[in-house]
Design a protein around this ligand. Structure first.
Ligand code: NAD
Length: 481
């Protein structure tokens, strides 16, 4: 029998209990696995490793390329970096796939027909973790969105829909406000959607989309979204389906893949044999499909559905009248094992015949780079004096050659020239300089301008170039400008 090597981490909090339960079920189902165990998380952090993972653990992950991971606890403060974010990014796990399904009437939910898969972009967006305090009053987090990042995740969502027979892919973004970043996500979605005419596609602004998801989740099938919205809304989706304790998650990369529960280490529930192991178990089911053991995945998933249907429930989904027996973590696992080989009688049984995530390979379309020209610069200043007119008049008095002061904004709102007295101003000012007729300039022009502004006694905190691509301005306007 060919065994597939996988790396397993028992994690923190409820992690060890739910991993033990999950592995017992996988073994009983005849999963063909050679397990390597690694230590990650709290203990590793507290031993002085701020990443929470030792070099030999990376070595195991890169060798087996399959990681079944229980939740871990990130200690607060002390410069500890989230191991989850680090692992996803270091291993290029760009697609986070989170199926959120309701199991009515056996698990209480207001949404009995819900069956949504959230495909969350996993590497970019505000999770780049690039943050700075810029002035006494203002801090910044950079939101980075790339074209290849968008294309990979959107293509993955459509390919996933194709492999799993899904009918529709919806995109959530906030491109009415963030026209460059979320605008790119939406634009790439529209481009890629054209290549999948057999799959319906639609776009929702994330706020109303989220409201619709919380109210009428049965209107959605696959939803693809940038990292932050996906992180938040997949928890919402799992919770309204029945419990965060019920949803598994796959993190897929070109080479390596990681499987986990969507919930965290729930430290308050740890060590009491209370936690629901279902989220991690369903993550393990996704793993089995991924490594080509769809037969075992199907056996486990159907036995688990039968257990739910028989009313054997952990505390988080137990409900008087609906449930039959309240059980702890290990007893739940034993109940699943006792039903191995059985199918649910009322819930729809699953079939993984022929399905394999490994079949999903995303190929990016080559693009021709546009002509990029710098036509100006936003110079960000610290200035404690809150009067925009004083600042604006002083800056306007400088002779800055071909680069002219076009406007000043404070937190994005235009305050000079012609601002409104009501606008609240902080100590953080963006001063926009543009070339005449958006003529191309070079970096020496920007340096000369900075030198002049600095010599006049202003505190520059950062700059952003203003560029055009094939002649199209690619920077946001000031609000009210
Ligand atoms: P959490 O998901 O750990 O727990 C929130 C609540 O949800 C719990 O108090 C519990 O009531 C319920 N819950 C969660 N999982 C459950 C389960 N399997 N069975 C029954 N009930 C369950 O979120 P949190 O309290 O915000 O985070 C705790 C720790 O987990 C933090 O250190 C956080 O950094 C970490 N975390 C880790 C991961 C991960 O490793 N993937 C993900 C999220 C949070």
């Amino acid at each position: 029998m060919q065994l597939t090597p996988i790396t397993v981490a028992y994690g923190d909090g409820i992690g060890p209990e739910i991993m033990k339960a999950t592995l017992a079920i996988l073994e009983a189902a005849g999963a063909r696995l050679a397990i390597e165990t690694i230590e990650i998380g709290e203990k590793v952090y507290l031993s002085g490793n701020t990443a929470g993972i030792a070099p030999e653990a990376w070595e195991s992950l890169r060798r087996t390329k399959v990681f079944l991971k229980a939740p871990i606890t990130t200690p607060q403060g002390g410069g500890f970096k989230s191991l989850n974010v680090t692992t996803r990014k270091m291993l290029g796990l760009y697609a986070n796939v989170r199926p959120c399904v309701s199991y009515a009437p056996y698990v209480d939910t207001k949404h009995p027909k819900m069956d949504v898969v959230i495909v969350r972009e996993n590497e970019e967006d505000l999770y780049a973790g690039i943050e700075h305090q810029q002035t006494h009053e203002v801090v910044q987090c950079l939101k980075l969105i790339s074209r290849p990042g968008c294309e990979k995740i959107v293509r993955y969502a459509f390919e996933y829909a194709r492999v799993y027979g899904r009918k529709k892919v919806t995109c959530f973004s906030k491109d009415n406000i963030m026209k460059q970043t979320d605008g790119l996500f939406h634009k790439v979605f529209d481009e890629v959607a054209k290549e999948y005419p057999e799959i319906e596609n639609e776009h929702w602004i994330v706020d109303i989309g989220a409201a619709k998801l919380a109210d009428t989740p049965e209107a959605f099938d696959v939803i693809v979204m940038p990292n932050l919205y996906g992180d938040i809304l997949s928890d919402v989706a799992a919770q309204i389906a029945g419990s965060v304790g019920l949803a598994g998650s796959a993190n897929i990369g070109e080479e390596v893949a990681m499987f986990e529960a969507i919930h965290g280490s729930a430290p308050r529930r740890a060590g009491q044999d209370l936690a629901n192991p279902s989220g991690l178990l369903l993550g393990a089911v996704q793993m089995l499909v991924h490594i080509g053991q769809g037969d075992v995945a199907e056996k486990v998933h159907n036995a688990w559905l039968r257990t739910l249907e028989d009313g054997i429930h952990t505390y988080d989904i137990y409900k008087e009248g609906t449930s039959k027996e309240k059980v702890g973590t290990q007893a739940f696992a034993q109940a699943v094992i006792a039903r191995m080989g059985h199918k649910p009688e009322k819930l729809a049984p699953v079939s993984y015949a022929g399905a394999s995530d490994k079949g999903i390979h995303v190929k990016l379309k080559p693009t021709t780079p546009a002509k990029m020209e710098t036509v100006g610069v936003d110079i960000f200043l610290f200035c404690a004096d809150r009067n925009p007119n004083t600042l604006g008049d002083k800056l306007s008095a400088l002779n800055t050659g071909g680069l002219k002061l076009n406007m000043i904004t404070n937190r994005g709102v235009k305050v000079y020239p012609g601002g409104m007295a009501e606008t609240f101003c902080t100590d953080h000012w963006r001063c926009r300089y543009k070339s005449d007729d958006l003529k191309a300039i070079n970096y020496a022009d920007i340096l000369a301008l900075q030198q002049q502004i600095s010599a006049a006694g202003f505190d520059i905190i950062k700059t952003e170039n203003l560029c055009t691509f094939d002649g199209e301005p690619a920077f946001s306007a000031g609000q009210g400008a």
